[in-house]
Design a protein around this ligand. Structure first.
Ligand code: G3D
Ligand code: MG
Length: 196
């Protein structure tokens, strides 16, 4: 009985959070990064139309506008292939918040994802930017890392074990529409520096 109530509460949260008001700036630029195939396009489909969209072949950066309460997010997806990754840093300077999507079920590519993530976290010039890590595809239950394993594998414990962490890790599944709303709510509430 309790699990049914919990599931109902989760469902209501997942489908109504768009209308919740938020504190913070009225306009925010969010850069969406992560390796190719992590689920970035799937997330933008969820956020803009709340449905699964067919991923277009990687190419030009894509821009999306998402209204969350009183907060308008301008989300840019630059792509995740090697060539696109070189652009991430340039786009970061025009952004106020970051989302890093990881395929939590792809153990083979975890070192590659960790390398790119730590590059961002250790970059002195973007230290102040809040960063949400969305560990996607946890519906692949046989392969997906647990949250504890992932914190360890990504070597992000030191960034999380502080009083006011600038990063947050959320375990989620975009196809199941689960697990990412709490992270987005956290992200838009973080104080931002406009002149990063
Ligand atoms: P990208 O934009 O980061 O490159 P995409 O990634 O959004 O194009 O997603 C890559 C593949 O992962 C897609 O599969 C997509 O359906 C799948 N995917 C996205 N989110 C999830 C999820 O939560 N769970 C699972 N199991 N798969 C997911 P295809 O087959 O179309 O390439
Ligand atoms: Mg894509």
């Amino acid at each position: 009985m309790w699990s049914i109530l919990t599931r109902m509460r989760d469902l209501i949260t997942e489908y109504t959070w768009f209308w919740w008001s938020s504190s913070g700036s009225n306009s925010n630029t969010v850069l969406l990064v992560g390796l190719d195939d992590a689920g970035k396009t799937t997330l933008t489909g969820r956020l803009t139309q709340n449905r699964l969209i067919q991923a277009a072949p990687s190419g030009k950066p894509s821009n999306y506008e998402v209204k969350i309460g009183s907060t308008l997010l301008a989300i840019t997806d630059v792509g995740g292939h090697q060539q696109a990754r070189r652009l991430w840093r340039n786009y970061m300077f025009a952004s106020t918040r970051l989302i890093f999507v990881i395929d939590a079920s792809n153990r083979k590519r975890l070192p590659e994802a960790r390398y790119e993530l730590l590059n961002i976290l250790d970059d002195d010039e973007i230290q102040a930017m809040p960063l949400l890590i969305l560990a996607n595809k946890i519906d692949n239950i046989d392969k997906a890392y647990s949250e504890t394993e992932l914190r360890h594998e990504l070597q992000i414990e030191k960034y999380l074990n502080v009083e006011n962490p600038r990063i947050k890790l959320c375990m989620c599944s975009f196809t199941r529409n689960e697990g990412y709303t709490e992270g987005l709510k956290w992200l838009i509430k973080q104080p931002i520096q406009l002149n990063n």
